[in-house]
Design a protein around this ligand. Structure first.
Ligand SMILES: NC(=O)c1ccc[n+]([C@@H]2O[C@H](COP(=O)([O-])OP(=O)(O)OC[C@H]3O[C@@H](n4cnc5c(N)ncnc54)[C@H](O)[C@@H]3O)[C@@H](O)[C@H]2O)c1
Length: 337
């Protein structure tokens, strides 16, 4: 299978590319992968270095909003797995225009090319944040979208566009919505790598508001397995939730990270809450479990320990990125999504 992976130099996309080329995802052996990535501040060719010489891998440096680049990249592909996006909520509060451009226009540009070149399937990777916030219970795939921050609003726009290309033109589209990912190679502006890299350097870590916001945590490898199931056997025009099964408040998560890094609560700065900070996200994952047999395989405690060990052992990967993260961000604060 010839797969175009957009945003394949980012955190989740690069995991998907490495796992696909190594034949670690069900049915992925022998696949050819083209990555289309603009290499923004969060895109990093080092994430793809482990597969750089593998047969069937090709990298295209380009913008998903550029119709000519996209047309050339999509031509000849069997399927598209679309990860490319602006992803950091805090940045969307100060530069929403970039989020609308990449997340909405970039997705529409890809959908148009996918239609023109008759790709067999387009998997659009999205987020639980499109639903807003939920105090009790869990969202199903039928819950109306109600995003609260520009990042989530732009993702919601791209989700409904992708589904509209299915309904209007018959393009074979599936949308996945997942919970908070963690794992190796995550850019150190997101909470787990930010806290871990700070704590490994005996620096302080900032905790938003009362710390009682709750998130479900999903290992990136489980997320990519879920995407692969949808790519292979999802039903066209459907949305699938992918979750990790471990819900924690930010205080609980911070406690786990302090313990894993051998630090105490005196390393934590309480900082004012983020604007529009959603209280709780929770996805009902019954549909993907019943239809596609998805279950998260990585236990959170083990996954977190392995992730912390990875950051401990890969300073050469994250030290240059930390400078990039603070240089580009006007409000250098963490995000808990
Ligand atoms: N990280 C999470 O917890 C999480 C949770 C839910 C959904 N998602 C979704 O998963 C996808 C991947 O997220 P991530 O955490 O890997 O993000 P990331 O920020 O690590 O990677 C994004 C990648 O997209 C590329 N990119 C950005 N703009 C581009 C453009 N205009 N053209 C081409 N490439 C461009 C970047 O260079 C980068 O390589 C996103 O669509 C995101 O909304 C992420």
């Amino acid at each position: 299978m010839r797969i175009l992976v957009t945003g394949g130099a980012g955190f989740i996309g690069s995991h998907f590319v490495r796992a696909t080329l190594r034949g670690q995802l069900p049915g992925s052996a022998g696949s050819q992968v083209t990555v289309l990535d603009k290499l923004t501040y969060s895109g990093n060719l080092a994430n793809l270095a482990p597969v750089a010489g593998v047969d069937g891998y090709r990298f295209v440096h380009g913008d998903t909003c550029d119709p000519e680049v996209v047309d050339r990249a999509v031509a000849g592909q069997d399927v598209v797995v679309h990860f490319a996006a602006e992803t950091h909520v805090d940045r969307s509060l100060v530069a929403a225009d970039q989020f609308v451009r990449t997340n909405v226009l970039g997705t529409q540009t890809l959908l148009e090319a996918a239609l023109r070149h008759r790709v067999r399937r387009f998997v659009h990777v999205s987020t639980d944040e499109v639903y807003g916030s939920i105090e009790h219970g869990s969202w199903t795939e039928q819950t109306p979208l109600s995003p609260n921050v520009p990042y989530a609003a732009a993702k919601a726009g791209s989700d409904v566009l992708a589904l509209a290309y299915h309904r209007s033109f018959g393009l074979d589209v599936c949308v996945t919505r997942c919970t908070n990912n963690y794992g190796p190679y995550q850019f150190p502006e997101k909470v787990i790598p930010l806290f871990v890299t700070n704590l490994l350097d005996a620096r302080r870590v900032p905790l938003y508001g009362d710390g009682r916001n709750r998130r479900d945590w999903l290992h990136v490898a489980d997320h990519c397995r879920g995407i692969q199931l949808v790519l292979q056997d999802g039903r066209a025009g459907e949305v699938y939730h992918i979750g990790g099964g471990t819900e924690l408040s930010n205080i609980e998560l911070t406690g786990r990270l302090l313990e894993a890094c051998g630090a105490g609560w005196d390393a934590v700065d309480r900082v004012p809450d983020r604007q529009g900070h959603d209280r709780r996200y929770s996805l009902d994952t019954t549909k993907i479990t019943r239809e596609l047999g998805y279950r998260p395989q990585i236990d959170f405690t083990e996954g977190l320990a392995a992730t912390v060990a990875w950051y401990r052992e890969n300073r050469a990967w994250w030290e240059p990125l930390r400078e990039r993260a603070t240089a580009r961000q006007r409000r250098p604060e963490p995000t808990f999504h």
